[in-house]
Ligand binder design. Structure first.
Ligand SMILES: *[C@@H]1O[C@H](CO)[C@@H](O)[C@H](O)[C@H]1NC(C)=O
Ligand SMILES: *[C@@H]1O[C@H](CO)[C@@H](O)[C@H](O)[C@H]1NC(C)=O
Ligand SMILES: *[C@@H]1O[C@H](CO)[C@@H](O)[C@H](O)[C@H]1NC(C)=O
Ligand SMILES: *[C@@H]1O[C@H](CO)[C@@H](O)[C@H](O)[C@H]1NC(C)=O
Ligand SMILES: *[C@@H]1O[C@H](CO)[C@@H](O)[C@H](O)[C@H]1NC(C)=O
Ligand SMILES: *[C@@H]1O[C@H](CO)[C@@H](O)[C@H](O)[C@H]1NC(C)=O
Ligand SMILES: *[C@@H]1O[C@H](CO)[C@@H](O)[C@H](O)[C@H]1NC(C)=O
Length: 437
């Protein structure tokens, strides 16, 4: 009887919440909102009231197969999060084929990506082979409004996005049976407009949805100088994966073929990529080992002008699947998450590109730590980790090298349920932040 009552109440709450039309009208930044989340406002469903202290937003996606939602949380002056809105992306989510089924549905990093210079946030819709781009309201950063309509991703099962430093070009990585990259100009009226000669194949023998994680496409990034586009692909052990590098022409086109760069011996499954600043090099997490350092061509001289930087493959002892990474401009260290151990590993990369483990931080067994991002809030770096299996976000203050400190565990499940926002631990993906200027 108790069970019936509880489930009836939650069903009623959910139906009340979803009964109203999703408004496409922009609402003023300080519009009063109801606490129950039963009122739609802005471009989506309210999950809580604004409290006027937001300095930015953290975004991730529900990636549900029957409708993908962008979920936005306010970042407070203390770096802590408040879930605020869920917004229809106009597309569908998807889950890759994997055994056992679990979190990390797209086998990727970068499923949603924000740009402060462009004032935009873009997401993949893996189940409808589309991409959506939203304008961010800088005075109320969770208030996003779609620009144009979702566009075809240039392939199947889009899993990752990169935005150039000017914030006006978005490139997508498709991981399905039609796989590869494609790039788009951001038009403030039309949305994403395809750039000629940018649909380029990775020539993977894949399925739609993709089969993985082994053998699947992982992440796409621009190099620091924005002159090359790089996609990572996991290997199928014992065959190692690779990075695919395309040159970007002055007209935004991509070279017809890519240069394939293999990891050093021991590297197997390159996953996320994080630029090593000033070194023409990339740290890639490696689900099979720990991490790989890729020193690109012409990076044989380090910042001092002396020879030495070298690619390497570095083991993290006891790791299960190290797949996501971010760089902290304040501590100058890299922070890697492992879905299997739920441990964050802090890494230092020296001027000679030697990677060493600084410290590890357990986030709770079974949390399933996946995508992460780091934002600078009030001159301090704050790390946001999507702990998908716990339907939570772990927030850490990166006080100094080797001194990360958990400051919040934000529950996603209860506020989502109260607001009638459908989420599933196995489908959640992505983490990107926006800090207003
Ligand atoms: C907020 O609302 C108050 C009145 O309710 C109004 O005076 C004020 O201008 C509004 N601020 C913004 C930023 O819209
Ligand atoms: C307001 O929200 C921010 C997060 O956006 C949070 O850090 C802060 O504690 C909240 N303040 C109050 C009074 O609720
Ligand atoms: C592609 O993969 C499928 C499934 O593993 C395999 O049966 C097929 O032979 C592969 N095709 C090529 C061209 O490698
Ligand atoms: C490396 O540098 C040389 C000489 O500066 C240049 O000719 C070559 O194109 C560069 N290679 C790459 C991959 O950038
Ligand atoms: C970490 O790496 C930076 C280079 O980014 C270097 O300057 C610093 O000395 C390193 N710190 C430690 C503790 O190794
Ligand atoms: C680069 O220069 C700094 C400062 O002189 C020095 O500490 C560091 O060891 C140098 N790095 C290499 C790889 O030579
Ligand atoms: C997720 O949670 C379930 C149930 O608590 C557990 O069996 C599973 O191992 C967890 N998965 C991950 C990746 O942590």
């Amino acid at each position: 009887m108790k069970f019936l009552t509880a489930s009836l109440v939650s069903t009623l709450l959910a139906s009340v919440a979803s009964a109203g039309p999703i408004s496409v009208r922009r609402s003023p930044s300080n519009q009063t909102q109801t606490q129950s989340g039963s009122e739609n406002q802005g471009d989506g469903k309210a999950m809580s009231a604004a409290n006027g202290t937001s300095v930015g937003a953290a975004f991730f996606i529900s990636n549900e197969p029957d409708g993908n939602l962008l979920i936005a949380a306010d970042i407070g002056t203390d770096g802590k999060l408040t879930l605020r809105r869920a917004v229809d992306t106009g597309g569908l989510g998807a889950h890759g084929v994997t055994d056992p089924n679990g979190p990390d549905p797209l086998f990727s990093q970068g499923a949603i990506k924000a740009s402060a210079t462009g004032n935009i946030v873009a997401t993949v819709n893996a189940g409808s082979n589309t991409l959506s781009v939203f304008k961010i309201n800088p005075t109320d950063p969770t208030a996003v409004s779609m620009i144009g309509r979702p566009v075809g991703s240039g392939g199947e099962f889009p899993v990752s996005l990169a935005i150039n430093s000017a914030g006006n070009t978005v490139c997508a990585l498709n991981g399905g049976s039609v796989n590869g990259v494609s790039c788009f100009k951001v038009d403030q009226q039309k949305g994403l407009v395809p750039i000629a000669n940018t649909v380029r194949s990775l020539k993977l023998n894949q399925t739609t949805p993709a089969t993985g994680p082994a053998g699947s496409a992982s992440h796409v990034v621009f190099t620091e100088d924005n002159k090359q586009l790089v996609a990572s692909v996991k290997g199928i052990p014992p065959q190692p994966g690779f990075l695919a590098v395309w040159d970007i022409g002055n007209d935004g086109s991509l070279s017809t073929d890519f240069q394939s760069i293999a990891p050093e011996k021991g590297g197997l499954l390159p996953f996320s990529m994080t630029i090593i600043p000033g070194q023409n090099a990339i740290l890639a997490t490696d689900a099979g080992l720990g991490f790989d350092i890729f020193a690109f061509a012409n990076s044989s001289k380090n910042v001092n002008g002396t020879d030495s930087p070298k690619s390497s493959a570095v083991a993290i002892d006891g790791q299960a699947a190290t797949c996501w990474s971010s760089f902290s401009p304040k501590t100058k260290n890299f922070y890697l998450t492992d879905i299997g151990t739920s441990i964050i590993t802090e890494i230092n990369i020296s001027d000679s590109l030697k990677g060493t483990i600084v410290k590890q931080y357990q986030q709770g067994h079974g949390s399933g730590t996946i995508d992460n991002d780091i934002a600078t809030v009030d001159n301090k770096d704050i790390m946001y980790v999507l702990s998908a299996n716990a339907t939570a976000i772990d927030v850490l203050s990166l006080d100094a090298p080797g001194q990360a400190r958990n400051i919040q565990k934000l529950d996603i499940a209860s506020p989502a349920k109260a607001a009638g926002v459908k989420i599933n631990a196995n489908n959640l993906q992505g983490m990107t932040t926006f800090i207003r200027k």
